[in-house]
Design a protein around this ligand. Sequence first.
Ligand code: 5AD
Ligand code: SF4
Length: 452
Amino acid sequence: MTKNLFIKTYGCQMNVYDSDRMADVLAPLGYRTVTTPDDADMVILNTCHIREKAAEKVFSELGRVRQMQAKRRASGAEMVIGVAGCVAQAEGEEIIRRAPYVDIVFGPQSYHRLPEMVARATRASGEAVLETDFEVVEKFDQLPHTATSNGPAAFLTVQEGCDKFCAFCVVPYTRGAEFSRPAADVLAEAQRLTGAGVVELSLLGQNVNAYHGEGPDGSDWTLGRLIRALADLPGVARIRYTTSHPLEMTSDLIAAHRDVPQLMPYLHLPVQAGSDRILQAMNRRHDRDTYFRIIDRLREARPDLALSGDFIVGFPGESEKDFEQTMDLVRRVGYAQAYSFKYSPRPGTPASALSLQVDEDAKSERLQRLQALLNEQQLAFNQASVGTTMDVLLERRGRHEGQLVGRSPYMQAVHVDAPDHRIGQIAPVTIRAGKANSISGTMSDRFDEDAA
Ligand code: 5AD
Ligand code: SF4
C-alpha cells in the first residue's frame, strides 16, 4: 500500500540532500513524497539551527501539523510526525517534552535508521523515539544505492561536519566532527546520478574543501583530486562545490580551477567579516590579507571566477570601524552574489557568552548598508553579462508558458524561451537583460533547431 510522505526542508543544501535520502530510505516501506501535508501519513520537518529563533519556528510549525494530525485521527487515519535535522540534534529532549505528539526525533546522522524508528514509533508504545547519535560512517554505508534525482543538477554529499569551531557557529555541535566519504563511494554515487540523467554535480559539505577521503588505492584524496576524478567520468558536464573555508583553499584545489573545464567558474567562499580584530574574535584563523591573497591566486587560475560569500554583521564587539572594514573588503573583492546576516547568539557557542553584544538597531542598520552594497554588485555583475553568450544548463520550466529556467556557469538564474524537450541540455544563450536576481536571454542555437 502506498503511503504519503511530506517532508518540509529548512536551511542549507545539505538538508535538501538529506531530505531526498530520507525519501529514498522510506520508499521501500511504500512511502512516496507528496507536496502538501494535509493527507500525509507521515510528516517530517527537516530543521535548521544556524540562525534566529530556529527552534521557535519549528514549534509553531509543529502546532499546525498537530492540528492536521488530529483531523486525520478523527477520520480514522494516522499521521506520524518526525522532526529531523539540526534542531532535533541540538534540542531533541526539549522537542519531546514540549511537543509530546511528535513520534520520532532524529539528528542528521541517524536517518538511515528511519525504517526501524518508524516501526518502533508505530508499535503504539506512545513513547517518542529519539536518535541523536553521531555515526556518520554507518549512515553513508547504509543508505540505499538508488539515489533519486529531480532534474539535471544534483547534490552529492562528500563531506560532513566541521572541526573549525568558529565562535558563532552551531555546526560543529549539530553535525559533529569532520567526516569525508571514501572517494569510491562518491564516484559510484556520481555514476548512478549521471545514469539517471544528471549532468551537473554540486558536491556538498559543511567544510567541503577540507575533504580528505580515502582514495580507491588507500591513499588520501583531497577535494582537488576528487574533482579531477569526477571530471573524468562520462556524463559529468559540470561540477560545483560548497561550502568552503578560506584556509582549506589549497594549491591543488586552486589548480583544479585552472585545469578542469567542468569545474564551474563560481565559488562560494565565506569570509564573514572584514576586520582582523573581528576575524580573530570569530576564531576564523585567518586575517583579511590572507583572504585577499587567496582570492588573487584563484583569479589568477581562473580569471572569470565569480565569487560569493557569507557575511555576519554585529558580531559581539564589532565597532563601526570594524564594520567599515567589512564594507571595504566587499568593495575590494567584488561579489557576484552573497548572503548576509545579523549575528544571532546560538546557545552553547562561545560567542553567545561574550559581553558587548551589539544592539539590534545597529545590527539592522549595518545589514541594510551591507546589503545595499552587495545588491549593487550583484546587479552590476548581472548587467555585465548582457551581450555575452554563455552555456546554460536548462533545468526546469519557468513561470511563463514556453519559458525555461537554467543556470549560467556563474550560478546566475537564466530565463530563456525554449521548448520543454530541451530541459536537461546545456545550450548557448545570448544574454539580453540583467536584473537584480536573474538574467534573461535567447537561445543562440534556436534557429538551427527550428531549421532542422
Ligand atoms: N549568526 C548569524 N549568522 C550565522 N551564520 C552561522 N552562524 C551564525 C550566527 N550565529 C551564517 C554564517 C555562515 C552561514 C551559513 O550562516 O555566515 O557562513
Ligand atoms: Fe560553522 Fe563554517 Fe565555521 Fe565550520 S567553518 S564552524 S561550519 S562557519
